[in-house]
Design a protein around this ligand. Structure first.
Ligand code: BEZ
Ligand code: FE
Length: 287
């Protein structure tokens, strides 16, 4: 049997082995995975040593993964698979706000704040007033939408990366009857994705930077609407063109207007330092 026939024979047998799967979608995904993985091995003429390195890499990714350190999310993000998944699920936006990566630092049980409250709760950084309105694609306000916001402090660290177990720089709040929301956060600053593990070594080997463009995360949910996972990025900031997880979209870049320390704030608070303000209107798609 010629080599290429023998190779195709292996692929055909493995694809056929999934024919017994009862779940149609599972069968479709697994058979496609086998076909593409086998094509990759053929295209690169992968050696035993190279495949063993890949297995060692995945093993190391498993060992470093904990409840708060998700190396496989990082891998998916730096390979652009997270953003590609976002793209294929966002074909029909109809004017709704674009999505981007969730990242590994979302926490289910964030504290609730009142409208106008402060998400920092001890996280360091320059205060930033963020407000806007949540509407549907026809411009109708969505009241009672749940808005989760989270961000790194000005040392580039999320609360869950510290050992103290405290929550800071994250909260959730609900839109009012007119669909409006407002809160104090921190002016986002650039930070590296965790790069002290296998994914960091992969980036280093490729000569790639781990830095993310400064951003503030949002996850917005409301009954009857599709959930939205997104960020806003700071206009004019570094790394907008080289975000390590390919998360930047033009429509998500917003000015964070610099304000003097003595400039009046929308709620009369005196931050005691310079501060910024950003306005972000959010458009949700109906389910
Ligand atoms: C983040 O923005 O929090 C993030 C996204 C992808 C990888 C690491 C961090
Ligand atoms: Fe982030």
């Amino acid at each position: 049997m010629a080599d290429n026939v023998r190779e195709q024979d292996v692929t055909d047998k493995v694809v056929a082995s999934f024919e017994t799967a009862k779940d149609d979608r599972f069968r479709e995904v697994m058979q496609a995975l086998v076909r593409h993985a086998h094509a990759f091995v053929r295209e690169t003429q992968l050696t035993d040593n190279e495949w063993n390195s890949a297995i060692e890499f995945m093993t190391a990714a498993g060992h470093i993964t904990t409840d708060t350190r998700q190396e496989f999310v990082l891998l998916s993000d730096v390979l652009g698979i997270s953003m590609l998944t976002v793209a294929v699920n966002e074909a029909d936006l109809g004017g709704a706000t674009e999505s981007t990566v969730l990242g590994p630092f979302f926490v289910q049980d964030s504290p609730e704040i009142e409208l106008g409250g402060d998400i920092a709760q001890g996280a360091s950084g320059e205060p930033s007033w963020v407000d806007g309105m949540v509407t549907d694609t026809d411009g109708r306000p969505v009241s009672g939408a749940r808005i989760e916001v989270w961000e790194a402090d000005d040392d580039g660290m999320y609360d869950v990366q510290y050992d103290d177990g405290g929550l800071a720089g994250r909260a959730h709040l609900f839109t009012d009857a007119e669909g409006r929301y407002r809160f104090w956060g921190l002016t986002p600053t650039p930070y590296p994705i965790p790069d002290d593990g296998p994914v960091g070594r992969l980036l280093d080997h490729a000569g790639r930077s781990p830095m993310r463009a400064p951003h503030l995360h949002f996850k917005v949910t409301a009954p009857g609407y599709l959930p939205l996972t997104t960020h806003i990025f700071v206009a004019g900031a570094p790394y907008l063109d080289s975000d390590s997880v390919f998360g930047v979209k033009e429509s998500l870049i917003y000015p964070f207007e610099g304000q003097q320390a003595d400039a009046p704030t929308p709620d009369g608070r005196r931050p005691g330092s310079t501060w910024t303000s950003a306005h972000f209107d959010i458009v949700l798609r109906r389910q």
